[in-house]
Every structure is written in structure tokens, then in C-alpha cells.
Design a protein around this ligand. Structure first.
Ligand code: SF4
Ligand code: SF4
Length: 170
């Protein structure tokens, strides 16, 4: 966590993130969250809650309007930083397309050239963001694996790995 950062009144991860230790699905408020009171089991909250830090909390370079309760999305990295996920509140599915967010997300997607993938998650819908385009893969299953990159002609692609490909990759 950045030294000058704290969650304050933001609790968006308590809604947008899935918590496996609680069997809590993404996109619904945690039953332990009390509006105006925060987490009712704060001292006994699961490890996932204790250790989670969204990008806004981790990095002081994000302005205040990127705090998740204002932006309506939570950003975090996976796979050692190779995947940047933006989990958008389904109550505001277009939030990431508004400014000041979209322009900066497009600039951030340049990191695809350094091996980072930027994925928008709206419920089970997945959109892979490239500098040139956004590829909407529609509604996916949890088990679906996304592959993306540039083809030999330099055209961006994103698709779900077929079962045969997934089997061969094992
Ligand atoms: S989404 Fe980020 S800033 Fe908001 S409560 Fe969670 S960790 Fe804190
Ligand atoms: S247990 Fe507490 S910190 Fe964890 S998601 Fe629920 S309300 Fe938030």
C-alpha cells in the first residue's frame, strides 16, 4: 500500500470481488458488509480480504477520481503483473468507457507490447483492450482461457482457447 493511501470510505472490493473463503460471488455485496459501518467481521476477515490491494491503493500515481467507489471499477494485477484486470460494477457497465478513464486505459494497453494483457470484466463478459481496438469476447465461463496477441500481419486478436488446444497445452 502506498504510504499516503488508505481505503477510506471505499468498499468496492467487498462488492466486485469474489471471495472464495466465503463462497462469495463477484458483483454482489458481501453479507458481512454493513453500509456506513464497513466490515462486520473486520478482525476475523478472510486472508483474501486482508491481503487484497487494488491498484489505486497500491500506487500513489492514481488520482482520487480513480478510487474504485468513484470510478466504479476495481483494478488489480494477476500472473505477476502480466494481466491487468478491470472489474467493472455491473450497475455502471460503461464506467470504464467514460473519461478520464478510457483514454488512460488505452494508453495503459500499450503494455501489451511488454507482455501485459488488459482485460475488462463486466460480470462474466470479457473485453480485451488493445491500443488499436477493444475485442469483446462476450459472456465466458470461469473455465474459459483467453489467448490474445498480434497475428503475423500485426493485427490484434483475442479468443477463447478451444478444448483441444487447452488439452494440448497441459
Ligand atoms: S477497492 Fe481498493 S481502495 Fe477500495 S476498499 Fe478495496 S482495496 Fe480499498
Ligand atoms: S469479509 Fe469484510 S472485508 Fe471481506 S469482503 Fe466481506 S465485508 Fe469486505
Amino acid at each position: 500500500m502506498a504510504a499516503d493511501r488508505s481505503c477510506g470510505s471505499c468498499s468496492m472490493c467487498c462488492k466486485l470481488m469474489g471471495i472464495s473463503e466465503l463462497d462469495k460471488a463477484p458483483g454482489v455485496w458481501c453479507p458481512n458488509f454493513k453500509r456506513g459501518g464497513g466490515c462486520a467481521i473486520y478482525h476475523d476477515r478472510p486472508t483474501e480480504c486482508r491481503t487484497f490491494e487494488c491498484e489505486w491503493l497500491r500506487e500513489p500515481r492514481w488520482p482520487d477520481d480513480w478510487r474504485p467507489d468513484r470510478s466504479k471499477f476495481v483494478m488489480f494485477t494477476e500472473e505477476g503483473g502480466k494481466r491487468l484486470k478491470i472489474v467493472v460494477d455491473e450497475g455502471a457497465p460503461g464506467a470504464w468507457l467514460s473519461e478520464p478513464y478510457y483514454s488512460r486505459l488505452k494508453r495503459m494497453s500499450q503494455k501489451v507490447h511488454e507482455g501485459q494483457r488488459l482485460i475488462i470484466c463486466i460480470g462474466q463478459r470479457r473485453i480485451v483492450v488493445f491500443p488499436e481496438t477493444d475485442i469483446d469476447l462476450g459472456v465466458l465461463l470461469d473455465s474459459d482461457k483467453i489467448i490474445s496477441g498480434y497475428d503475423d500481419a500485426g493485427v490484434p486478436y483475442a479468443r477463447v482457447l478451444s478444448q483441444n488446444e487447452a488439452h494440448e497445452a497441459r
